[in-house]
Write a protein that binds this ligand. Sequence first.
Ligand code: C5P
Length: 285
Amino acid sequence: MKSLSVHAHAKVNLYLGVLGVREDGYHELETLFQAITLFDELVIQESSGKSTFEVSGHPRLETDDNLVLRAQRWIESQIRERLPVSIRLTKNIPEAAGLGGGSSDAAAALLGIRDLFDLELTDDDLSRGALSLGADVPFFLNGGTAVGEGIGERLTPVTLPYAYSLILINPGFPVSTPLVFREFSKGLTDRPRKGKLWKLLGLHHGLEDLMHNDLQSTCERLYPEVEEARKVLGSLGLRKTLMTGSGPTIFGPSDTDVTTIVRGCLNQSWKVFFSEPAQKGVVIH
Ligand code: C5P
């Protein structure tokens, strides 16, 4: 039976500006996505019987609405055929953490299943499927570094001239993305900020000068532990600390792996990661 191992990388948002709300409730964004080396693993295997889905150590994630199963169903709906497949997912990326773990798993399932069965689905087909699964799923199909516009699906790859590593602290609880966006929107007036990210990129300042997240103060107000985590990270001498996505994970560029020092300062339920920018979103082995 054919089998593939697929790495689904996490991301951080080095910049996240919210421009406004669309009629469907989604927010128009201008964001700078960066894939990072932290990854989940999916082992996708052709099955002789029924399809199965297992999440090692996290059976509560084995639900029908898991994005991996939704990705499989999307492919089946396109080719009008059932694909007997066993998928085993090993989670390393914290959930609902602003790191895009679930979205990356979905992109990995789309690319992995297409490869395993050598399906005639184009990259454009997969991008369409990806967007139907979530606003930042399309980013993970290619990963790397990209500006995301629209709701995050209009992607332009960019090259950043910085060499850096990242320290991340995840405060160990999930955050509700819709809640953070909704709360943020209450204070949103028409702000003429479109193009600000492109302007910043053109100025060629340091990485720290680019880093910004409009949602950070809202999330810190809703979940004060996020600010606490950011202060802990800042107190370790990082030049800049920022929340990724709608939170609650905090990160900062660091030249050295200070995870052991950080670990000593942490609340028991917090997790710390050392990571690097990655060239890809999904890697098939
Ligand atoms: O697309 P996805 O399912 O990942 O989004 C989760 C939720 O985040 C949406 O239901 C929406 O409330 C919010 N969101 C948003 N604008 C975006 C992306 C997400 O309002 N651009």
